[in-house]
Design a protein around this ligand. Structure first.
Ligand code: PLP
Length: 349
């Protein structure tokens, strides 16, 4: 049984999708074993599929993206060092400082000059390599970048970021919770994005619609160490095939349709852009950031909620809408009209 949604069109986030009837059947019928004792066949199948798609030697299934990112930090950093990372990234903002609490690392926040972090932005904040400054141990890239509006870091830029990391003799981790979206939007295979990173996290519970789970992929040696870290964190899951089957179903059935979410995001953006001075970040994937001319994001969110549309207030003057597989093009187009009216109302007051 599922609970009735609070909104008729819920665009607050893409994690709210519910497993479809077919996905539930795949989960119910999954072949299972004990993944902590001697391997769960459905989990292994998912891990092999993801490793192949990402072009990495090995992948590990995790209960969440948060834990997979933390495992990457524990794997690639040392306590008392710092991570070079976009100031608006998930790891630096929404893991409740797990990086500090568990990995003992600081965050060296990079504020991009333009929309997404470039190698030149990173170079501007890097400390000189001497005995006085805190040493960087890792470079992190979020792709697509949620806080920037679901924007894609290009292969060209990833190449430059990798070169910078190599010069500094540090590894590169990609938080690719929504890397699926970058691949579908550009037509560039996932493994091409991943070739620049030592480790990559991908999430199954966003656009792919699985109930839970993420994977961390990388070299075989790294992933053997990450397997120990996962167990230490309490991420060893016994009959994990039940949930892995949902994730695999998402990869096999819901990946290509992400293009529909991107098309819906463009329609939504067109409906609200320019209304009373509101400006959208032109969407490249499934996220629409609306910048309001005044700090009235909470008011717009409340007004939209009254009209049955779920949005989130990202900053005092920025509102976020996310399209996903539980909302149709028709619903999103309708939501765009209602949100445009809400902005009209609030700004016109
Ligand atoms: C959702 C998300 C995460 C965390 O994934 P969970 O499975 O919710 O823990 C990490 N990074 C980014 C960019 C995300 O969007």
């Amino acid at each position: 049984m599922t609970v009735a949604p609070r909104f008729s069109v819920d665009l607050r986030t893409d994690t709210i999708t519910r497993p479809s009837a077919d996905m539930r059947v795949a989960m119910a019928q999954a072949e299972v074993g004990d993944d902590v004792v001697d391997g769960d066949p459905s989990t292994k199948r998912l891990e092999r599929t993801v490793a192949t798609l990402l072009g990495k030697e090995s992948a590990l299934f995790f209960p969440s993206g948060t834990m997979a990112n933390l495992a990457a930090l524990l794997l690639l950093t040392k306590p008392g060092t710092e991570v070079l990372i976009d100031a608006d990234s998930h790891i630096a903002n929404w893991d409740l400082a797990g990086s500090a609490a568990f990995a003992g690392v600081g965050m060296r926040l990079v504020r991009p000059l333009e929309s997404v972090m470039t190698a030149s932005d990173v170079r501007n904040v890097m400390r000189p390599d001497d005995a006085y400054g805190t040493r960087a141990s890792l470079l992190c890239v979020e792709n697509t970048h949620n806080g920037a509006g679901g924007l894609i870091t290009s292969l060209h830029e990833l190449n430059a970021l990798q070169a910078l990391a190599r010069d500094a003799a540090i590894p590169l981790h990609m938080d690719g919770a929504r890397l699926w979206n970058a691949s579908i939007a550009t037509g560039i295979p996932l493994h091409q994005f991943c070739q620049y990173a030592d480790t990559v996290m991908v999430a199954f519970s966003k656009g792919l619609g699985a109930p839970v789970g993420a994977a961390l992929a990388g070299g075989a040696h790294h992933m053997r160490m990450a397997d120990d870290i996962r167990k230490r964190l309490g991420g060893g899951m016994h009959q994990s095939g039940i949930v892995a089957a949902g994730a695999l179903y998402g990869v096999e059935n819901n990946l290509q349709r992400l293009g529909d979410d991107h098309a819906a995001a463009r329609v939504f953006a067109t409906a609200v852009d320019g209304v009373r001075g509101a400006r959208v970040v032109p969407p490249e994937t499934n996220i629409v950031m609306i910048d309001l001319p005044r700090p009235v994001a909470e008011d717009v969110v409340r007004e939209a909620q009254t009209a049955g549309v779920g949005l989130s207030a990202w900053t005092p003057s920025r509102v976020r809408a996310v399209t996903h597989l539980d909302v149709s093009m028709h619903e999103v187009a309708e939501a765009g009209q209602r949100v445009a009216a809400a902005i009209e109302d609030v700004i016109g007051r």
